[in-house]
Ligand binder design. Structure first.
Ligand SMILES: [Zn+2]
Length: 550
C-alpha cells in the first residue's frame, strides 16, 4: 500500500513538474490585448513565440500554463497588432534627403534660400542638393524661377527637388557649367518624358520636369557609404517608432542594390524590405540571373516602372488636357513600347510589375496591358502604384485585369488645395477614389510614399478614414464619399500589403506559424475626428526586439 501510495505521489510530482515546465518557447507576451486581424474579431490575451515564429495566441491562462518561456513580457493591457507595412516608400531617397538640404515645409522662397545658405555654411560643397519644397505652401500656384537662386549662389551648383520628386529648380551656374540644356536638347529621345520650362522670352527658368532631371542627378555628388548607413539606421528607428516593420521600396537603383544586400546581411536593417527594382539593364541582368531573390529580410521579385509624371508638375498623362493649362495633357515618361518590353521581361523572369500610374490615360494603358498578362497568369498581382486619376468608365477594368491597386491616402489631402482647378470637376469623380477602387478590386495595398509625403501611418489612417489632413482640412473632408473604413485601412497596411508582396503566409496577421512581427502600441489604433498621435511601445521582428521606448 505504502509502495503504491509512493508511486502515486511520485507520478503526481512528475506530472505537475512537466505541466509547470510546459513546452519551451523563447518568449511569452501576456496580459495584452492582441488584435490578431485573422477575421475572427476576437481579442486574445497572450502569445507564445519560438524561433521567430508565432507558436500560439490565446487566453492568458491557456498560454501561461502550456508554455515555459525564456522571457516573459507583461504588456499591461496594451494593444498588440501585426507590424505595419508601408506598401510604397523610398528609403534611399529619404536617406539622401536627410544628407542634403531639407526644404520640407518651407513657407516662402526666402525661407528656402535661408535653408540652403545655412547648409552651405556648414558643408563645404560645390554642388548642393536639396529637396522637399512645395510652392503651393507659399501661396504660389505656378513654379518659381531661379532668379533669386542665381543672385545668392552665383558660383556653385544648386539643384532643389520639389516635394513630389517629379521636378526641380536649378541655378544658372549648374545649367551653364554642365551644359545640361544642350545635352538634353541634343538627345531628345533619351529625355523624352521630361522638359524645361522657359520664360516668355525663351530663357530657361531653371525649372526641370521628370526625365529632363536625369542628367542633373548623374552630376550630383554621391554620399559616402558610411553616411548613407547612418542615415538608414536613423530612418529605420523612426519607422519603428510608428510601428512600421516593413517597407516596399518603390524603385531600387542598381548602385543601391549592394547596399541593401550588405545592410541585411550585417543586421543593420531589420525591417522587412520588399524591393522593387528600377528596370535598368544592370537590374534586368540581376533579375535574369537570380530570379526570385530572397536574402534574409530582403525580397526582390518585382520591377518598378515610372509610366508618367505627377499632377503637381502637370506630368501625369491625361486623356484630355489639363483644366488649367489647355495646351498640356502630360506625358508618358517611357515610350509605350519600352513599358511593354519591361512587361515581357517581367513575364519571362516571373517578376511582378509595379507601375507608377497617375493620369487617367496612363491608367487605361496599364489596365489593358495587365489584362493581357491576366489571361495567362490570373494571380500575377501586378500593381498600379498611386491609381490617382482613373476614368470612372475604366474602374471596372481593375478586377478584370487583376491590377492590384496600391494607394497613398495622404496624397488626397495633400493635393486637395489645387487639384480641382488642375483636372476639373468631371475627372474628380475618379480622383483619389479609394472607396470606389476598394469596391471594385476588393483589396488595396496602402503606403505613404515617404519622403514625398507624410511617413506617419496614423496620418495615413486619418487621411483615409476622414479625408482630412492633420490640421483638420478641408472641413467636412475632401471628397468624403471616398472615405474607407478603419478596418479596411488597417488591412491595407497589414494583410493586404503583404499580399501585394506575396508574403501573406508570413506576415499581416497574428496567427500560428507566421512571423512574430508584432507591435505593442501605446494606444489602440483608432480613427478620431481630430488627429491624434500614436506610437509604438515595443517592436518585434521575427521575435527579435528591435525597438523599445525604454
Ligand atoms: Zn513613390
Amino acid at each position: 500500500m505504502k509502495f503504491i501510495l509512493g508511486l502515486l505521489i511520485l507520478s503526481c510530482i512528475t506530472l505537475t513538474s512537466s505541466c509547470m515546465k510546459g513546452e519551451s518557447v523563447d518568449l511569452v507576451i501576456h496580459n495584452a490585448r492582441i488584435h490578431t486581424l485573422n477575421g475572427l474579431d476576437k481579442i486574445e490575451d497572450a502569445i507564445a513565440i519560438r524561433d521567430g515564429q508565432i507558436v500560439e495566441v490565446g487566453p492568458e491562462r491557456q498560454i501561461l500554463n502550456k508554455y515555459s518561456a525564456n522571457e516573459y513580457i507583461d504588456a499591461e493591457q496594451k494593444h498588440i497588432y501585426p507590424g505595419f507595412t508601408d506598401a510604397h516608400g523610398h528609403l534611399m531617397a529619404y536617406a539622401r534627403q536627410k544628407l542634403s538640404v531639407n526644404l520640407v515645409g518651407c513657407r516662402s522662397y526666402d525661407e528656402l534660400i535661408v535653408r540652403v545658405q545655412k547648409y552651405k555654411a556648414k558643408n563645404k560643397a560645390d554642388f548642393i542638393l536639396g529637396s522637399g519644397w512645395d510652392q503651393t505652401l507659399w501661396d504660389e500656384e505656378e513654379f518659381p524661377t531661379n532668379t533669386q537662386l542665381n543672385e545668392e549662389f552665383p558660383n556653385i551648383s544648386v539643384a532643389l527637388v520639389r516635394v513630389d520628386g517629379h521636378s526641380m529648380l536649378v541655378n544658372d551656374h549648374l545649367l551653364k557649367s554642365s551644359n545640361v540644356i544642350q545635352l538634353v536638347e541634343s538627345s531628345p529621345e533619351e529625355y523624352d518624358g521630361g522638359y524645361f520650362i522657359y520664360s516668355d522670352d525663351s530663357i530657361p527658368t531653371g525649372m526641370i520636369i521628370d526625365n529632363a532631371m536625369n542628367p542633373i542627378f548623374e552630376l550630383a555628388p554621391e554620399f559616402s557609404k558610411k553616411k548613407l548607413t547612418n542615415a538608414i539606421k536613423e530612418i529605420q528607428n523612426e519607422l519603428f517608432s510608428y510601428g512600421i516593420t516593413g517597407v516596399h521600396e518603390a524603385g531600387i537603383e542598381n548602385k543601391d542594390l549592394g547596399l541593401f544586400q550588405s545592410w541585411v546581411t550585417k543586421d543593420i536593417l531589420d525591417l522587412n524590405i520588399y524591393g522593387m527594382l528600377k528596370p535598368s539593364e544592370e537590374n534586368i541582368a540581376f533579375a535574369r540571373k537570380e530570379g526570385i531573390y530572397e536574402n534574409e529580410n530582403l525580397s526582390i521579385r518585382s520591377f518598378k516602372v515610372f509610366a508618367d509624371g505627377a499632377l503637381g508638375s502637370r506630368g501625369a498623362f491625361l486623356k484630355a488636357p489639363y483644366s488649367d493649362q489647355p495646351n498640356k495633357s502630360g506625358h508618358l515618361t517611357l515610350p509605350f513600347e519600352e513599358i511593354d518590353r519591361i512587361a515581357k521581361i517581367c513575364e519571362e523572369v516571373g517578376y511582378q510589375m509595379n507601375t507608377h500610374s497617375i493620369g487617367d490615360s496612363t491608367n487605361r494603358l496599364m489596365l489593358d496591358l495587365y489584362k493581357r498578362v491576366f489571361k495567362t497568369n490570373p494571380d500575377h498581382r501586378w500593381r498600379i502604384e498611386h491609381a490617382q486619376v482613373i476614368d470612372i468608365e475604366d474602374l471596372g477594368a481593375l478586377a478584370a485585369a487583376g491590377a492590384f491597386p496600391s494607394i497613398q491616402p495622404t496624397h488626397a489631402v495633400t493635393d486637395h488645395p489645387w487639384v480641382l482647378k488642375r483636372i476639373g470637376p468631371e475627372r474628380m469623380k475618379g480622383a483619389y477614389a479609394y472607396q470606389a477602387i476598394l469596391e471594385e478590386f476588393g483589396i488595396v495595398a496602402i503606403g505613404s510614399d515617404f519622403p514625398f509625403d507624410q511617413l506617419d501611418p496614423f496620418k495615413t489612417i486619418h487621411a483615409a478614414t476622414n479625408r482630412l489632413d492633420w490640421e483638420g482640412r478641408p472641413s467636412g473632408g475632401f471628397l468624403p464619399e471616398q472615405k474607407i473604413s478603419l478596418d479596411d485601412c488597417i488591412k491595407g497596411m497589414t494583410l493586404w500589403a503583404s499580399m501585394a508582396a506575396f508574403q501573406e503566409n508570413q506576415l499581416g496577421t497574428i496567427e500560428e506559424g507566421k512571423d512574430a512581427t508584432i507591435v505593442i502600441f501605446e494606444n489602440p489604433i483608432a480613427s478620431y475626428s481630430k488627429f491624434k498621435n500614436n506610437f509604438a511601445n515595443t517592436v518585434f521582428i521575427k521575435g527579435k526586439k528591435v525597438y523599445s521606448v525604454e
